[in-house]
Design a protein around this ligand. Structure first.
Ligand SMILES: [Zn+2]
Length: 479
């Protein structure tokens, strides 16, 4: 039978702050020695008192505003009581019924259209420590606790059960990450655990039937894993029910290697965490002027920026999505346009999404936007060839470069003089008789080869398009 899936997503994100949520400890970095970023507060020692991190609260309020959520007039901290070795206090400071943001939404574009995902709530809490399970050479097992992560500011965002398939879930997680990065709230790198996605998946016979048995899927370490794990889980549940079986409410982990989910633990209906208001922290009033000041500093949001690029700059939806999808790329695009407003937006967009993103994918690069604009302008005006432009961009990515000065001092101007190109093409043709033979044998790619050789001979300065035309004419004449 054809089942309808119902999916809700819960995401935990480490906020980008200088210090932890309730103490002045620095945020641990990759490679830190275990238990070096701790103090009595985040170690949960008796008598230590929490002090809220103002920047973390401001970031959550900014996120709330960016997703169109409401902030309460007054919020409160609650104790969520449970014991686990990664939680030294025996409770986590969280927010129960007065979260910092409620009733927001995020729109995502999927292969079958636009979907709106409702966001039930977003609240602030503290992260737990990290457990490391080790096995010694003699086979003895031990569990080690690293308290560096204990107390790091954590944002939890919970959607409504609005999602119906794995693709939408993936797109939602990607769009949320982009939003968080754009407003500077988080880096949200899934690979190193800064962003953790969990999905609640159930199926039912029809859209108006009651919800089925809910299974929580965890351990998805990439966006692709989110999509695959949910798709797998929907199929698995359908197979169980089609075979006359029943589903168990449980937590299942995603195994990337086998592409399947596996039982982690059966889950009771709801844990009794014995929440109560945190006695060490007073309720927090959200002053409307404070909130307004935070909202005023929000940058242009991804969906608005994409729409503007399409409407005002006539970029395609695809180009707009690629540019806006990487905040650094959009930043370079904006800065280059500001430096040289006359520059064609489409050509500039191609350079950012082509050359810049290609280089930025592998390493951190700092590009001077004004020099970048000058480079793209020189290529667009056919002053230098595209080949020369790309070579100069590589240099620019490695260090500062004065484009105008380099073009003049190195004599890089493009050869677009007809007679010079004609001579260049003729020489190349004479030097490669095999290419002429190939052409005669019907091999069209001989032209590409000859253009490449001519460009090489001109040290990248030739006008490749013109050379192509001249070579085709020469070949046809010889042919
Ligand atoms: Zn601390």
């Amino acid at each position: 039978m054809s089942w309808k899936a119902v999916i809700g997503i819960e995401i935990h994100v480490q906020l980008r702050t200088q210090t932890k949520m309730f103490c002045a400890c620095a945020i641990p970095a990759e490679g830190d020695e275990p238990n070096t970023k701790t103090c009595p507060t985040c170690l949960g020692l008796p008598g230590a008192l929490p002090t809220p991190n103002r920047a973390a609260i401001e970031k959550v309020l900014a996120v709330g505003s960016a997703i169109g959520a409401k902030a309460p007039a007054t919020t409160r901290w609650d104790r969520k009581n449970y014991f686990y070795p990664d939680l030294p206090k025996g409770y986590q400071i969280s927010q129960l019924d007065l979260p910092l943001a409620e009733h927001g939404k995020i729109e995502v574009t999927t292969s079958t259209g636009t979907r709106t995902v409702g966001i039930r709530r977003a609240h602030l809490e503290e992260d737990t420590a990290r457990l490391r399970h080790e096995k010694a050479r003699d086979g003895a097992r031990s569990s080690l606790v690293d308290y560096n992560r204990s107390g790091v500011a954590l944002l939890e965002i919970v959607t409504e059960p609005d999602i119906r398939d794995g693709e939408t879930a993936r797109r939602y997680a990607e769009e949320l990450r982009l939003l968080l990065r754009t407003i500077g709230a988080a880096d949200a790198e899934m690979e190193n655990g800064q962003m953790r996605v969990e999905a609640n998946v159930s199926i039912r016979a029809s859209e108006d039937a009651p919800f089925g048995t809910r299974v929580e899927v965890k351990n998805m370490n990439s966006f692709r894993a989110v999509e695959r794990a949910i798709a797998f889980e929907i199929t698995r549940q359908a197979e169980v029910l089609d075979a006359g079986g029943t589903l168990t409410q449980e937590s299942r982990g995603w195994d990337e290697g086998s592409g399947t989910t596996y039982t982690m633990r059966a889950k009771e209906d709801s844990h009794d965490y014995r929440y109560f208001p945190e006695p060490d922290l007073p309720p927090l009033a959200i002053d409307p002027a404070w909130l307004a000041a935070i909202v005023a500093t929000l940058p242009e949001l991804p969906h608005a920026r994409r729409a503007r690029y399409v409407a005002e700059l006539a970029l395609s939806e695809y180009d707009a999505a690629v540019l806006v999808g990487e905040p650094a790329a959009a930043g370079l695009f904006e800065a280059a346009r500001a430096a040289l407003p006359s520059l064609d937006a489409k050509i500039l967009a191609n350079w950012v999404s082509g050359e810049y993103l290609r280089v930025a994918r592998d390493r951190v690069v700092t590009i001077d936007a004004a020099q970048f604009a000058a480079l793209v302008a020189a290529v667009a005006a056919k002053e230098i060839s595209g080949t020369t432009g790309k070579a100069l961009f590589e240099e620019m990515a490695a260090g500062p470069l004065d484009i105008r000065q380099v073009i003049t001092s190195r004599g890089l101007s493009q050869i677009s003089d007809g007679a010079a190109l004609e001579a260049l093409a003729a020489e190349t043709l004479a030097a490669h008789p095999q290419a002429l033979a190939d052409w005669r044998a019907g091999k069209q790619q001989a032209i590409g080869f000859l253009v490449g050789q001519s460009m090489k001979a001109s040290k990248g300065r030739g006008d490749a398009a013109q050379l192509g035309e001249i070579l085709r004419r020469l070949l046809e004449a010889a042919g």
